[in-house]
Design a protein. Structure first.
Length: 129
């Protein structure tokens, strides 16, 4: 069992976080401070720390070179995240917390922002890494 420290009404801040965002996950034996108990929601879940960490989506930084010649121009760059469907999507808005507890299920938070679900990026050079 693992204890989740979640954003609650007292720690919610519009455009920064959402109620239910996972701030941290701790062993079942962890003792929270009185302030943590006062300001955050604490929920016990059956998932292990490793199970929870495996739900954090893969994030990659991509670059697109304009030329194969030597140049002093910076390559075009962007960040993408990989959803459960294994498709990479542009990160337009980067969430502060990567996971949330939504109706009792631990989920990634990237798809909660509509901007982050629109553009699917094809990675032609991903193969080796």
């Amino acid at each position: 069992m693992t204890q989740l420290l979640l954003i609650a009404i007292k720690t919610y801040s519009e455009s920064v976080n959402n109620i239910g965002d996972i701030v941290g996950y701790f062993p079942d034996s962890w003792v929270f401070s009185p302030k943590e108990i006062e300001f955050f929601d604490i929920v016990k879940v059956a998932e292990s720390k490793e199970d929870i960490q495996s739900k954090i989506p893969i994030i990659k930084s991509l670059t697109k070179a304009a030329t194969t010649e030597w140049t002093d121009q910076e390559p075009e760059g962007k960040a993408v995240w990989q959803g459960e469907d294994k498709q990479y999507r542009d990160i337009v808005t980067n969430p502060k917390y990567k996971l949330c507890l939504d109706k009792g299920v631990i989920k990634e938070t990237y798809s909660k922002t509509l901007d982050n679900t629109a553009t699917i990026t094809t990675l032609s050079t991903l193969g080796s890494k």
